[in-house]
Design a protein around this ligand. Structure first.
Ligand code: SAM
Length: 208
């Protein structure tokens, strides 16, 4: 994350509060609706970029709540502008590192669906540790997921697809299922890339 951002939000408390503020806003909107469930299910896109894919998806499903997170300020600003222009009340964007968002998510919320579309592949061996899909990250995601949670992963980079498949197969918390992405629509990167593969996984909450 940029130095400017980190100097503005340098403490864990400040960064936790940012997540808390956004979620309080969502909670307030939801509480005005009848039949609110607790915990409240949200759908999360990690690394949403300019928000193309999530904005179109959220527009088609206005009874569900969507949150897009990304590290890059400009991308989040563009994504938010799209949501505002279309008056979408069910779509929220936040500049935040994905693990921090998940760790700081208030217990009023659970994550129903997680989308990871064209994550940075970090192709060099020495950079594999920077890949988003790691054992700890899969475990962290499972902790905030609902019993029906699904994780949708899509990439053009076949070694990263294989890496993800292996990590999920080795995970006690997720199992690969034969399902499709819930919404077929190009993301910004999907349009730029020649081909891709997808993996869908279902959470296992009480591994034996
Ligand atoms: C290759 S782009 C894909 C953007 C979008 N999903 C698409 O398909 O067009 C990957 C995005 O992931 C974001 N990103 C990478 N690591 C992240 C992290 N730990 N937390 C949040 N966003 C992250 C990057 O800033 C970048 O915008």
């Amino acid at each position: 994350m940029s130095d400017e951002f980190l100097s503005q939000f340098s403490t864990v408390k400040q960064r936790r509060d940012r997540v808390g503020d956004l979620m309080a806003k969502i909670l307030q909107k939801k509480q005005t609706l009848q039949g609110i469930r607790n915990p409240i299910p949200i759908n999360l896109e990690i690394g949403c970029g300019h928000g193309h894919w999530l904005t179109d998806y959220a527009q088609q499903n206005q009874t569900s709540t969507y949150v897009g997170v990304d590290l890059i300020t400009k991308r989040i600003e563009k994504a938010q502008a799209k949501a505002t222009k279309r008056f979408l009340e069910n779509l929220f964007f936040l500049k935040v590192e994905a693990s921090e968002f998940i760790e700081y998510l208030p217990s009023d919320f659970i994550i129903d669906q997680i989308y990871i579309m064209f994550p940075d592949p970090w192709p060099k061996n020495r950079h594999f540790k920077r890949r988003l899909i790691q054992d700890d990250f899969l475990q962290l995601l499972a902790k905030v997921s609902s019993p029906e949670s699904l994780l949708f992963f899509r990439s053009d980079h076949l070694p990263y697809v294989e890496w993800t498949r292996e990590k999920i197969q080795q995970s006690e918390n997720w199992e690969i299922v034969d399902q499709q992405l819930p919404f077929e629509h190009s993301s910004y990167f999907q349009d730029l890339l020649p081909s891709h593969q997808s993996i869908v996984a279902h959470v296992i909450h009480n591994p034996c």
